[in-house]
Design a protein around this ligand. Structure first.
Ligand SMILES: O=C(O)c1cc(=O)[nH]c(=O)n1[C@@H]1O[C@H](COP(=O)(O)O)[C@@H](O)[C@H]1O
Length: 271
């Protein structure tokens, strides 16, 4: 199955548009797992077991593993998702972007070394830096368009050629870059009007929408403005809001409840 097929299937089977972000920080883990060998993986494993019925995707952010000298925990985590919940796609969040020869190695890292189903990429350097990812027709390539952070407008809202930079990205991703039908966009939940606008520009593209939970994005607006005409088309990511919902040894049950509650809240706003 391709990433796009897998995502459609998982969101239907679990009736969910929710993605759990697996961004564990060692100092924030409950004491009962913090001292274990492969503590980040052990934490993730319990979270995956507790949330697998409520989500359409998982999204580990690679910096949490690279920055804490825990690449092996990332590999163990992705392998575990494929084994425990093979219908749920894994989005490896790395936001890569570099010249073609280097990007080819980044694509190998994401799709061969880590066996991810999709990857996040940065379009700043242009098409030739995205092509090594887009050439993998079975994998999803999720392109930063209008990001959730406070200063995302510094560059993304600049007007050139009569359009804002993020609008150019959306149109390129919809048309020229989507030759394999595997392109998607990142639009932050913190910018609902931009989300509505990009949905108008790109009626059929999937969007990864981070920024609910810890960053305060409005879930109702995300659903109302972001869903496509079939009531799908968005993957709403929450990381800290789910994985740290309960900071005690009951963390996994807390994460399971938080994921189910977010799924139900999202579904309550769907037509
Ligand atoms: O590509 C992303 O996932 C991403 C894009 C963006 O615009 N904003 C954003 O927060 N993210 C990621 O989404 C996650 C958000 O985490 P929480 O704020 O804890 O839910 C982190 O892994 C971020 O790196």
């Amino acid at each position: 199955m391709t990433f796009m097929e897998k995502l459609k299937h998982s969101s239907q089977v679990n009736r969910s548009l929710v993605c759990v972000g697996l961004d564990p920080e060692r100092t924030k883990l409950p004491e009962c797992v913090r001292e274990k060998e492969h503590a980040l993986f052990e934490f993730n494993r319990a979270i995956i077991d507790a949330t697998a019925d409520w989500v359409c995707a998982y999204k580990p952010q690679a910096a949490y593993y690279a920055g804490q000298n825990a690449d092996e925990d990332l590999k163990l985590t992705i392998d575990y998702i494929h084994e425990r919940a093979p219908e749920i796609p894994v989005i490896l969040d790395v936001k890569r972007g570099d010249i073609g020869s280097t990007a080819t190695m980044y694509a190998k890292e994401a799709f061969e070394r880590y066996n991810a189903d999709a990857v996040t990429v940065n379009p700043y350097m242009g098409f030739d830096t995205l092509k090594p990812f887009l050439d993998h027709a079975d994998k999803g390539v999720i392109i930063l368009c209008r990001t959730s952070n406070p200063n995302s407008g510094d560059l993304q809202n600049l007007v050139c050629g009569g359009k804002m930079v993020y609008e150019h990205v959306a149109l390129l991703a919809r048309d020229r870059w989507n030759y394999n039908g595997n392109a998607a966009l990142v639009i932050g939940a913190t910018y609902p009007e931009e989300l509505r606008h990009v949905r108008e520009l790109c009626p059929d593209m999937p969007f990864l929408v981070p920024g609910v939970g810890a960053q305060g994005g409005d879930v109702e607006k995300v659903v109302k403005f972001g869903c496509d005409r079939t009531g799908h088309g968005i993957v709403i990511n929450s990381s800290r809001g789910i994985i740290y919902a309960d900071k005690t040894e009951n963390f996994a049950a807390g994460a399971g409840n938080a994921a189910r509650e977010l799924r139900d809240l999202v579904n309550s706003f769907r037509d």
